[in-house]
Design a protein around this ligand. Sequence first.
Ligand code: NCD
Ligand code: ZN
Length: 361
Amino acid sequence: MNSVSANRFDIIRPDDWHLHLRDGNMLQAVVADSARQFGRAIIMPNLKPAVTTTAAALAYRARIQAALAHSGAGGAAAAFQPLMTLYLTDQTAPDEIRRASDSGLIHGVKLYPAGATTHSDQGVTDLLGHCRATLEAMQKHGMPLLIHGEVTDPSVDLFDREAVFIDRVLGPLRRDFPALKVVLEHLTTAQGVAYVRDADGPVAATITAHHLLYNRNALFQGGLRPHWYCLPVLKRETHRQALLQAATSGNARFFLGTDSAPHLRSAKEQDCGCAGCYTARHAMALYAMAFDSVGELARLEGFASLHGPAFYGLPVNTGRLVLERHADQVPERLFDGAREIIPLAAGECLPWRVLDTSSEP
Ligand code: NCD
Ligand code: ZN
């Protein structure tokens, strides 16, 4: 990080290692928000239907690039690279992993336990029962398994599902496949932090900005607030503090993944609202706010720009991103009419902003 002054600094252009871009109109609306800040992003495959094959992932990649070209995002944003993933199902064949690996454009395979979250109904019902040969192929090809780490057992309390997943699923998985690269996505608990920190072998975790900044009170402040509802759900303050400590510790196993997950306002504000927070527009400002809250802005570059590429075996970005201490209000709503989204922290004033570099060559 180059400290120009206490109020402005720049870092190597960051990457987002967990992002939902959706498809069609929604993709067209949101893609520039990520491209303006990040060099690359790991693109989640939970479309309808899910992205289960290499061919589908490459076709989705082309649609993202076309949307970017039509988004008006110029400068560094135009160079944004989508890093594709496959959606693991009970039927994913080992051969599909070889094809994905050979493509050079697919960087992970996503495990959604069936029923765990948005569009997870095509997900895995019994990982070690149905997917052994496929996991073997992933281990052999060095293809990371990106995990939504929550059990779906309805008898397990919603707030305990990550910790129980670690005991019931992750432990046995890593015992049987010790060389498999594993990323625990959107980590939310102190138990998760301890597991990732202390595990042997290639294990890492992404952490969202909202889990670093807010605890579960945010869901209920002044009433029921659907735009703060995501999965895994926000946890109690002790967990937030453990996450913040991990993210700002300099430990290379923890890196940035926004889990920005846009849903139409109408899909969130209803009697059974969707899970997912839209954070892409202000992502780096939110992360800067979190790191600044514990006086660790100097550690932001490692978390946002260095640790992820090291784990995925990719080069670090060459560009830079400038952050400036400057009040910036999150809009009350984004996009128009049929595409309306309420961003996380709508209407709030953030103390940091990204300097717009979109007009630079
Ligand atoms: C995500 C989505 O909407 O696709 N929702 C969320 O709450 N994070 C899915 C996911 O990552 O769990
Ligand atoms: Zn997600």
